[in-house]
Design a protein around this ligand. Structure first.
Ligand SMILES: Cc1cc2nc3c(=O)[nH]c(=O)nc-3n(C[C@H](O)[C@H](O)[C@H](O)COP(=O)(O)O)c2cc1C
Length: 255
């Protein structure tokens, strides 16, 4: 059983590679929340995976909300692992996840990370330039093979987790900024909008709705996956002026 969350497709890409390799089932965290499905039956030897992007060196709010309500029936210490997709490093994201699972009575046995194209375009100049995407996705595929070989044996291999330098400093300094600061107010739509409604249908936080044919962000906060910005076919969605000249990114699995 592989629970996944994705904004721009990287984590879906990683989760799909695993689902194919292990002939395992994929469960979308966003859909499960939407359907209020939090109860899952485990088989005795089942492996349980959590695949999602790292946000501000921590766990996306939607994943945290899901785990808070999750019930794994027939849990008898089955192997639980996480594969974190990131643009560079994960800080202590795995520790935060481990605590969340521990509070529910579950144990995180292994944590891995895979570097994918960086989709963060709101503040710093850290998003991956388009010409580097194929190379990064290629390396990511190789890394996924290494990770899957360890998962196959239900092991753990800390060298396959890139925490970065001073991981605690990053997580304890930046993650609280995410929890409080992920405001929807700066989102706006330009004249290029064709009212196709894609942003409304893909928003995992269900905060977007079309009013007079144009997207509006109806809650103060969202999980900030940036799917609306990156996947808009007309590049009509912006977040302040900074995102106007910046290239968008969508993993090929979503194209
Ligand atoms: C709000 C936000 C915060 C991010 N923070 C980090 C971070 O702390 N460290 C990092 O390496 N990448 C960070 N990234 C990049 C994503 O983790 C990375 O691009 C990920 O693979 C995207 O996955 P997805 O395509 O499944 O949404 C961030 C992206 C977003 C949207």
């Amino acid at each position: 059983m592989i629970f996944f969350f994705t904004g721009t497709g990287n984590s879906l890409d990683a989760a799909q590679q695993m689902a194919t390799h292990f002939e395992d089932q994929l469960i979308s965290i966003a859909e499960a929340i939407h359907q209020k499905k939090f109860d899952f039956e485990l088989k005795p030897e089942e492996k349980i995976g959590f695949v999602f992007p790292v946000y501000f060196w921590g766990v996306p709010s939607i994943v945290a909300d899901f785990i808070a309500q999750l019930k794994l029936h027939n849990y008898h210490n089955q192997y639980i692992y996480t594969v974190l997709t990131c643009g560079g490093s994960v800080g202590q994201t795995h520790r935060l996840l481990s605590k969340m699972l521990f509070n529910k009575g579950y144990r995180l046995n292994a944590a891995f990370s895979v570097q994918m194209p960086d989709n963060y375009i709101l503040m710093f100049q850290i998003n991956t330039p388009t010409e580097k995407v194929p190379e990064i996705l290629n390396s990511a595929r190789k890394r996924m093979h290494e990770i899957m070989a360890v998962i196959e044996k239900q092991g753990n291999f800390p060298k396959l987790l890139t925490k970065g330098a001073t991981p605690w400093i990053y997580t304890s300094f930046f993650y609280p900024m995410y929890r409080k600061g992920r405001k929807t107010k700066p989102f706006f739509v330009t004249d290029s909008c064709t009212s196709c409604g894609l942003c409304e249908s893909i928003c995992p936080s269900k905060v977007i709705s079309l009013k007079n044919g144009l997207p509006t962000w109806e809650k103060e906060q969202c999980t900030q996956c940036l799917a609306c910005i990156h996947r808009c076919p007309e590049k009509a969605i912006q977040y302040g002026k900074r995102t106007i000249p910046i290239e968008r990114y969508v993993n090929p699995v979503l194209k």
